[in-house]
Ligand binder design. Structure first.
Ligand SMILES: NC(=O)c1ccc[n+]([C@@H]2O[C@H](COP(=O)([O-])OP(=O)(O)OC[C@H]3O[C@@H](n4cnc5c(N)ncnc54)[C@H](O)[C@@H]3O)[C@@H](O)[C@H]2O)c1
Ligand SMILES: [Zn+2]
Length: 381
């Protein structure tokens, strides 16, 4: 039987357009798909041990079957703490020391989640002043978000993604079968971004039924469809504002202002990214409500969607609103220390608003907490 599969175009200009392939069984066909975009028969797979264990061999075999010659696999350790310049240097060393030298036509294949995609993409952007690369995302977050749009980079000092480059992939191959080995909490975390796309652009994603890790096997077409719809939104926004210059791309940060502050306050250890974004989206909805921007019914929809996808929607009691507020000023996207928030006028209609006063943020967070107490929304961790 032919595997279920769909595509989403990313129509960037000047020959940099590419296709996102989404489906089941795509890894087995990866070689054939990638021959169409590769400029040589040399490919290097960059990945991490937990992913390589399950998926490097099938990918290698598929590449070999399509005529790629001995595709090497290069590993680096899993975890955000390895998203560093030191890892970058060690990967460059490994490329340099390969028995067969590589040239500018060599294709880098980033097989993994957002960390692999960002690091391998940055290696591809820099080594020999730029190699072609493709993204083969293996987390839900990477499939719907980080593999699309060309942002690559590493963390530096206290700054997340502080050093990096824009470098668009030649293709994205999202094989939902790879999600079967992803820890369920990582899968759920990816749903945070899916809900976000619902709020900013696609109401169907906000109204989606609960999506569970078991659906990857039981109902792959459901998972493929939410990934497809999410990719359509991300691709559309990226194409309209590729380098974050017009302000449109900023709408992808819905829920991320408080979300990032929560991650930072808890040293990136307590929450998965999508969990922090779940809480942050409810915060943004509540701040919008107290400012008279977000109607109550919209705030309720956001809150319900977060709950439906089993993401946390409440700020834990031990994290003080003042602590979060102090961290907002350090957001590299904040303008002159004044908090900026993406707020929703309606589902599918959001706006980046600056000059949000401290009192309004605190009032919004207080509303969120009062709702949490009354609705008894539990924190999921
Ligand atoms: N470039 C962008 O536009 C963009 C957008 C959003 C997020 N990001 C970045 O993405 C990163 C987070 O990505 P993530 O949530 O995918 O986390 P991740 O890449 O750290 O992956 C999570 C964990 O799951 C493991 N894993 C991945 N796929 C697996 C699979 N199929 N089976 C078994 N284990 C698997 C990984 O090895 C890792 O341990 C952050 O660094 C963030 O800054 C980038
Ligand atoms: Zn995010």
């Amino acid at each position: 039987m032919k595997a279920a599969m769909t595509t989403v175009p990313v129509p960037l200009s000047a020959g940099r357009d590419y296709t996102i392939h989404i489906g089941s069984g795509l890894l087995a066909e990866a070689g054939a798909t990638l021959t169409a975009v590769a400029r040589s028969s040399r490919a290097i797979i960059i990945t991490q041990p937990p992913i390589a264990k399950h998926w490097a061999k099938p990918l290698q075999e598929s590449l070999c079957a399509a005529g790629f010659v001995d595709p090497d696999v290069i590993l680096f350790p899993a975890g955000e703490r390895y998203k560093t310049l030191a890892t970058m240097a060690s990967l460059c060393d490994k490329l340099y020391n390969l028995p067969r030298t590589i040239d500018r036509k060599t294709l880098v294949v980033a097989l993994g989640g957002g960390v692999v995609g960002d690091v391998a993409g940055f290696v591809a952007a820099s080594y020999l002043r730029g190699l072609d690369y493709v993204q083969v995302p293996t987390t839900l977050l990477a499939m719907v978000d980080s593999s699309i749009g060309g942002k690559t980079g590493v963390d530096f000092r206290a700054g997340k993604n502080l050093v990096g480059a824009f470098h668009q992939p030649r293709a994205v191959l999202a094989d939902v079968d790879t999600l079967r080995t992803l820890p369920p909490r990582e899968f759920r975390s990816g749903l945070g971004e899916v809900v976000k796309y619902g709020v900013i652009r696609d109401p169907a994603l906000l109204d989606a039924k609960p999506v569970r890790a078991g659906d990857i096997t039981a109902a792959p077409e459901t998972v493929i469809e939410i990934i497809r719809r999410s990719c359509v939104v991300k691709a559309d926004v990226v194409c309209a504002d590729e380098r974050e210059e017009t302000g449109l791309r900023a709408i992808l940060n819905y829920g991320h202002t408080i979300g990032h502050a929560l991650e930072s306050a808890t040293h990136y250890r307590r929450f998965k990214h999508g969990e922090a974004i779940g809480i942050g989206m409810v915060s943004a909805a509540c701040i919008g409500e107290v400012l008279g921007v977000t109607p109550t019914a919209v705030r309720e929809k956001v809150q319900a969607a977060v709950q439906t996808q089993q993401l946390p929607g409440c700020i834990p009691n031990d994290i003080e609103p003042d602590t979060l507020l102090a961290l907002l000023g350090r957001d590299k996207k904040a303008e002159d220390g004044v908090a900026r928030f993406v707020l929703a006028h309606a589902v599918g209609d959001v706006e980046l608003m600056g000059q949000i006063r401290k009192e309004s943020v605190l009032a919004g967070l207080a509303l969120q907490q009062s709702l949490c107490t009354s609705a008894r929304i539990e924190e999921i961790s």
